[in-house]
Ligand binder design. Structure first.
Ligand SMILES: [Zn+2]
Length: 167
């Protein structure tokens, strides 16, 4: 996918570019190509990016350490503000600092939108932080709070000793 020159979007019907996706995303290790659709709409002062994709990733389970396939489905949209100062962050006036922190991303209206890196970012964010192969996953090693009762010989001898003591 080529980067989209933002002013070009103003000249196409509905100011919307539709990208059909069916390819691997560089840097992202997926088992199947990322399939779906991306819509890039020019809203005058912002770009609205809509994404609906699906892919399968091989993840490794945090609990049993086995590899498993995870279906990653994304149905999301994001607003990217267009500001002619976007390329010159050092020139932002002091009083605007707080407002700019709220914006996830800004691009210059004369700049380019890179669908590849945006897609990569969205997919990376969608990878589950806690990776479990399934609800019934059995850990090979028991967790500290699930330890079977340890039978310590010292305790059992103490138990038998207790029995011998007069009540
Ligand atoms: Zn597991």
């Amino acid at each position: 996918m080529q980067a989209i020159y933002i002013p070009h979007l103003l000249q196409i019907p509905n100011r919307t570019q539709t990208l059909l996706l069916d390819d691997f995303v560089s840097g992202l290790d997926t088992l199947t190509p990322v399939r779906g659709k991306m819509l890039i709409r020019h809203g005058g002062t912002f770009l609205e990016i809509g994404l609906r994709v699906e892919t399968i990733m091989t993840l490794s389970c945090d609990r049993c350490l086995q590899q498993y396939n995870h279906r990653l489905t994304l149905d999301t949209s994001e607003i990217i503000w267009l500001d002619k100062n976007a390329d010159l962050p050092q020139n932002f006036p002091q009083e605007r600092e707080i407002a700019w922190e709220d914006l996830s991303e800004t691009l210059s209206p004369e700049g380019h939108f890179d669908p590849n890196s945006w897609l990569y970012e969205q997919l990376s964010l969608a990878i589950p932080l806690r990776q479990l192969c399934g609800k019934d996953c059995q850990a090979p090693r028991t967790k500290p709070d699930e330890k079977p009762p340890i039978i310590d010989s010292r305790w059992s001898s103490l138990e038998s000793l207790k029995g011998q003591l007069p009540q």
